[in-house]
Design a protein around this ligand. Structure first.
Ligand SMILES: C[S@@+](CC[C@H](N)C(=O)[O-])C[C@H]1O[C@@H](n2cnc3c(N)ncnc32)[C@H](O)[C@@H]1O
Length: 267
């Protein structure tokens, strides 16, 4: 935990704001999408569901195929504990919503459904998008199904099982190219890079890949460095909590480190 805090301070020292952003693509994305704080009608019902999950005392038997939790959670957990610790907070989940809104992907993949809160944001951002979400824990996936039903989000296909088995299958059956991928499960070096490599043949030059918790551990920082160095990656934006990856050919390779909570544009 302490090292995570130290990594955050290091990030703060390196990171910038809109001032001096010479790439029009990055400037527009940062000022209109990342820093945007407006409210959309879809947010209310999803946040109500989060509120309910945060009170939910049902106990789930957890099947953990991933890197686990740094808090060392046991095999049984209450829904409310998962809602409080595993789910992305509103500001990050809403950033995903705005990114989908901005890029209008037809096909979205999410690795790590958990209780379905980010899935709901991804699906609610565009009813024309099809969201393929993967979750290894059956009891957690059952609660995610409730979330999606309650919010009447019919454009989601949830696949249960270990990513190691489900990801190749889901990728092979995608209806089209992979336009948008959110990697939010199994935060370790080797599987993160393996899932990234497996997704690569399905991407286009316009695809957006988002990696969660790129500074969560030294291992994840190593994975992020390898992703940045990949020859087909042309642009990355490190927002500390998440890293955005682009493959746009029309621009020279560049890496940005920007603050997500910046107020005011500094220009
Ligand atoms: C951080 S949570 C996802 C949170 C969710 N995206 C949100 O913000 O609402 C990660 C999820 O990935 C799942 N997971 C981790 N490793 C996995 C693996 N190898 N196969 C399948 N599921 C896995 C865990 O069970 C967990 O529910």
């Amino acid at each position: 935990m302490l090292s995570h805090v130290l990594r955050y301070f290091r990030f703060r020292l390196r990171s910038g704001n809109a001032h001096g952003l010479h790439s029009p693509f990055v400037f527009g994305l940062y000022t209109d999408v990342v820093l945007h704080t407006g409210h959309y009608a879809a947010f209310g019902p999803i946040e109500q569901r989060r509120h309910d999950l945060r009170q939910d005392q049902r106990r789930l038997r957890i099947t953990d195929f991933g890197a686990g939790s740094q808090t060392g959670a046991g095999a049984e957990r209450e829904v409310r504990a998962i809602a409080r610790s595993a789910a992305k907070p509103p500001r990050l989940a809403q950033l995903l919503f705005r990114l989908v809104n901005r890029f209008q992907p037809a096909t979205i993949l999410e690795l790590g459904t958990s209780l379905g809160l980010t899935t709901a944001y991804l699906a609610a951002a565009s009813s024309r998008a099809r969201v393929f979400t993967l979750e290894g824990c059956p009891q957690t996936a059952a609660v995610a199904r409730e979330t999606l039903q309650q919010l009447r989000l019919g454009n989601v296909q949830l696949t249960e099982g270990n990513f190691d088995e489900t990801l190749p299958r889901v990728l092979a059956a995608l209806p089209g190219p992979l336009d948008f991928a959110f990697f939010d499960g199994n935060h370790r070096y080797e599987p993160t890079l393996r899932y990234f490599e497996q997704c690569m043949p399905h991407r286009t030059d316009e695809s957006v890949f988002i990696f969660d918790d790129i500074h969560w551990s030294a291992d994840m920082e190593r994975a992020w460095a390898a992703i940045k160095a990949h020859p087909e990656v042309t642009l990355t934006i490190d927002l500390f909590f998440v890293g955005l990856v682009f493959f746009r050919r029309q621009q020279p390779k560049q890496h940005f480190t920007l603050r997500i909570e910046e107020r005011g544009l500094g220009v």
